[in-house]
Each structure stands twice: as structure tokens, then as C-alpha cells.
Design a protein around this ligand. Structure first.
Ligand code: SF4
Ligand code: SF4
Ligand code: SF4
Length: 340
């Protein structure tokens, strides 16, 4: 159960200095429901005043940008949400150096690792949010054979972690995040911080339930083709792509329903196979990409048997319902079945 609420002002400290490509920050700027600008300009009623500290979007640079992070670590900033973008490297195996850092220690001049920042800030944060699959579950940088021992934030902080607001980590996976998924999650948390929303509902992988409760397949424009056993054999087809590598039936993601920007796009809807980029098992459990998923063989074979029969029967019905009823005519008699 989250504690402190009724906040009137809150900071967002966003680090993308983990193993990251900054793709989630860039993606977020495309959000419209709500847009980042609307949140920061105070255009949404009932939200606390929000101050964003994100290096990609900040006007400040260097020490001036880092000042808010140092103040937060000294408990001088006020309430804040910590957003982590990028995988967390294992600094216990960094040899003579370090894997990744953000800013320098003002006293020693030494780089401060991202892991140090997480240690300092996560327990002080009102809420801790991951942006993207890398920070949620490890993602691309944590795949088999990587030298950094990368992991997700939950692996680093442990399953018992609770923020100062009493929340577990809130995960918004995706590679990158779907922009509105992230902003909607942030909006919920801001309303919760203001005391105007109940505790955010999360599933057992700490994802917002209303965003990740359905599979790609359940929202895919091509699901009708699957059901009728009508499968694409190359990438130029509008049909179901399960035989050319789509993992949609077993992946939790709402992108086919929501699209990417302004409802446009949505991976399989527009010809991209789903490679499971939102999932804790991504990417290793979905590779090699573009091969038929092993679990799809049985279901697509069954659909391939009854599907063509259903398609033929539906073709007959479709022809029938494409004809007007026979009593629509201009003859001098009424044949509609009307009884006086
Ligand atoms: Fe980049 Fe994807 Fe990792 Fe986000 S989840 S930092 S988009 S690689
Ligand atoms: Fe399901 Fe993928 Fe086929 Fe869409 S393209 S119907 S998500 S298997
Ligand atoms: Fe990632 Fe698949 Fe969702 Fe596309 S549909 S965003 S590949 S999980």
C-alpha cells in the first residue's frame, strides 16, 4: 500500500545512463495521451506541478544538470519519481574500471556509477519506474554472451524493494516503450501522488495490468487470417505472419490495438512480425527472429486444417449476405411477407 500522497509538486529524475540507447526517451516525446508538454506545462487538471530532469530533453548541461540528482541524494530536492532507462550492469565484475557512470563526485572528481545513483536514489524516490525492457528485465544488453552481467532493475534491487511511497518498481517494458503507455502510467502515478487515484494496479511482472493484460494476437488486425488458417509465406502479404516468425499469440503487448503514434502502426498490423520486445524473456527466448515460433507449429497446423473449410463456408455466406433480399423489386405486387 502506497503511503505519502497529496503532493503538490514533484520532480522526475530520469537516468538513461544504464546500458541504453536513449530510445525510450525519444519514444516518449511522441506521446499524445497525454503529451509530455501537457504534463510539464500544467495543462492537466489535478496533477502536481512536475519538474523533469532528463539529459536528452534538458536545457542544462554538466554540473548544472546533475545538481538536482545530488540534491535528491542529500534529501534536499523534495519528492521525486526516479525513472530508470537502460539495463543495470554488474559493477562487481567490472575489472579495473566501471561499466557506466553519470556525473562525477564533487569531492573526489571520480565518476559515479549508475549503480551508485540507484543505491542513493531508489530508496528515497516516491516511486521508481522503468522505461523500456532493458531496465525492466535486462533486455538486449543482458542477452546471452554479454560481458557486463547486465540485468533488470528488479534483479538489482530485489523483489522486496519498496519505494518511499510504498510502491514496488513499476515496469513499463517495450523496446522502446510505446509512448502513450509510458505517459499513461506516469499520469496514473502523478494522480496517485496527488491523492486523486488509487494504487496503480500491477501484474506479477510489475506491469500496469490495463496495458499488458492482453496478447498481441488478441488485438491484431490479422487474427481473422490466423483463425481461417490463411498464412503469409513472405513479408509482402496482408495475411497472418505466424509462419514467418510472429510471436504475437504468446506476447503481452497492446501495440497492435494502440498503434505507435496517433494510432498509426502496430507491428503485425503493418507487416512487422512480433519479436516479443516487451517480454522478460526478450530477446533470447524469441531468437532466431524470423523463424516460426516452435509453439506455433501445432496451433497453426490445426488452424490450417479446419481454417480453409471455415473460409469456404464463410465465402458462401458472404456471397449470400452480399445480395439484397428478393422482395426488393419494382413489380406490381408485394412479396415482402407482410400480412394485413
Ligand atoms: Fe534502447 Fe530498447 Fe533498451 Fe530502451 S529497451 S534503452 S529502446 S535497447
Ligand atoms: Fe497473431 Fe501474429 Fe498472426 Fe497477428 S500476425 S494474427 S499477432 S500470429
Ligand atoms: Fe514489441 Fe511485439 Fe509489441 Fe511490436 S507487437 S511492440 S514487437 S511486443
Amino acid at each position: 500500500m502506497a503511503t505519502t500522497t497529496g503532493l503538490e509538486e514533484i520532480h522526475i529524475l530520469w537516468t538513461s545512463e544504464g546500458m541504453s540507447c536513449d530510445g525510450d526517451t525519444v519514444s516518449m516525446t511522441a506521446a499524445g495521451l497525454p503529451s509530455l508538454e501537457d504534463v510539464l506545462l500544467g495543462l492537466i487538471p489535478g496533477l502536481p506541478k512536475v519538474h523533469l530532469h532528463n539529459k536528452v530533453l534538458a536545457a542544462e548541461t554538466g554540473d548544472e544538470f546533475m545538481a538536482a540528482f545530488h540534491r535528491a541524494a542529500r534529501d534536499e530536492l523534495g519528492p521525486f519519481i526516479l525513472v530508470v532507462e537502460g539495463s543495470i550492469p554488474n559493477e562487481r565484475i567490472n575489472g579495473d574500471g566501471y561499466w557506466t557512470s553519470m556525473g562525477n563526485d564533487p569531492v573526489t572528481g571520480e565518476p559515479i556509477t549508475v549503480n551508485d545513483w540507484i543505491d542513493r536514489l531508489a530508496p528515497r524516490a516516491w516511486a521508481v519506474v522503468t522505461a523500456g525492457t532493458c531496465s525492466a528485465y535486462g533486455g538486449i544488453h543482458a542477452m546471452a554472451g554479454n560481458p557486463t552481467g547486465c540485468m533488470g532493475l528488479g534483479d538489482y534491487l530485489g523483489g522486496d524493494f519498496r519505494s518511499a511511497g510504498g510502491l514496488p518498481i513499476v515496469n513499463v517494458p517495450g523496446c522502446p516503450i510505446q509512448p502513450d503507455n509510458f505517459m499513461e502510467t506516469l499520469l496514473w502515478l502523478l494522480y496517485q501522488a496527488a491523492g486523486r487515484a488509487p494504487t496503480i494496479p500491477l501484474d506479477d511482472k510489475l506491469r500496469p495490468t490495463w496495458l499488458f493484460g492482453k496478447t498481441v494476437h488478441e488485438g491484431c488486425d490479422r487474427a481473422g487470417y490466423y483463425e481461417q488458417g490463411d498464412f503469409a509465406l513472405d513479408y509482402n502479404s496482408p495475411k497472418c505472419q505466424v509462419k514467418i516468425g510472429c510471436w504475437g499469440p504468446v506476447v503481452n503487448c497492446n501495440v497492435p490495438k494502440r498503434g505507435w503514434m496517433d494510432g498509426i502502426g502496430g507491428c503485425p498490423n503493418v507487416g512487422g512480425i512480433c519479436i516479443g520486445c516487451t517480454m522478460p524473456g526478450f530477446p533470447d527466448k524469441f531468437m532466431p527472429f524470423m523463424d516460426q515460433p516452435p509453439g506455433a507449429t501445432i496451433s497453426s497446423t490445426v488452424a490450417g486444417v479446419y481454417g480453409p473449410l471455415m473460409r469456404r463456408l464463410r465465402g458462401i455466406t458472404n456471397k449470400t449476405v452480399n445480395e439484397e433480399p428478393k422482395w426488393h423489386h419494382d413489380r406490381p405486387e408485394l412479396t415482402s411477407g407482410y400480412r394485413p
